[in-house]
Design a protein around this ligand. Sequence first.
Ligand code: HEC
Length: 260
Amino acid sequence: MDTASDNPFRRFTSFWLGLAIFFAFAILFVFLSPLLSGKKDQGVDKAAAARRMEIKKEMLNAQAGVLPVPVESVYGKAGGELLSVAPGAVEDAAQIVPGSPRALALAAVPDVKVDIVQTDPDAPIDPAVFEAGKAQYILCQACHGPDGGGMPGLAPPLANSDWVQGPVENLIRIQLRGLTGPITVSGVDYALPVPMIAQSFQTDEQIAAVLTYVRNSFGNKGSAVTPEQVAAFRGEVGKPPLTVEDLIKPEPAAEKPNDQ
Ligand code: HEC
């Protein structure tokens, strides 16, 4: 019997022919697949990547212009400053036994009532103070959001807030003592699991600047806050966090966002 499969020469050539056809298809596939998957124009991708790098560089430069520290150490600095604060006593009023030494001690702490010189609500805001406040706002934005919109479960909004546009006494005292318990901001109720911690490590100038900034950003309008007004409340540092009952009730915000 002399069939093709018995012929060693035929078997040798068919083997190599099969291998050659296999590689021909493999090479064809390698060249065709980018075309088939629509990635034929690598140039467009490269241009887009270059543009993205350019935008990132512009963004970093712009941030470097307003931040008090290099962009890459912003969160380190903000975190370090927060950690440098002695932890404030956060107590649940319901847990304090009436008549206990703690209850008596708390009752004996009078809130500092100070008459401060109010600033003219129509006076223009000093741009240098506004810019300093914008830089200082880094401390707040982790919780209240870069646009003052607040963060679910973390902090209420500062945007269009009746508190922010209300008496400066409240805002200064919140900075110095922190705030805890339920709060209604521009008609919306918030019961946040965490209190706002005191930020009393800031200087009078920093607190005045950041409050002036938030009172005139995010849709808010309010008079400037001065370092002298802040200094008048320094005596409150170290006292337990405030609750809304300790604050002056603000007027309802003039401009309420209708689209929320
Ligand atoms: C760790 C998160 C956190 C940081 C940081 C923080 N806040 Fe708050 N803030 C809160 C919380 C939580 C409340 C609501 C407290 C409560 O439940 O009564 C609040 C409430 C407020 C309020 C009153 C309510 C409102 O929304 O108008 C103001 C004003 C305020 N914060 C300003 C600031 C400013 C200014 C800074 C930065 C200097 C700042 N906060 C930083 C968490 C934070």
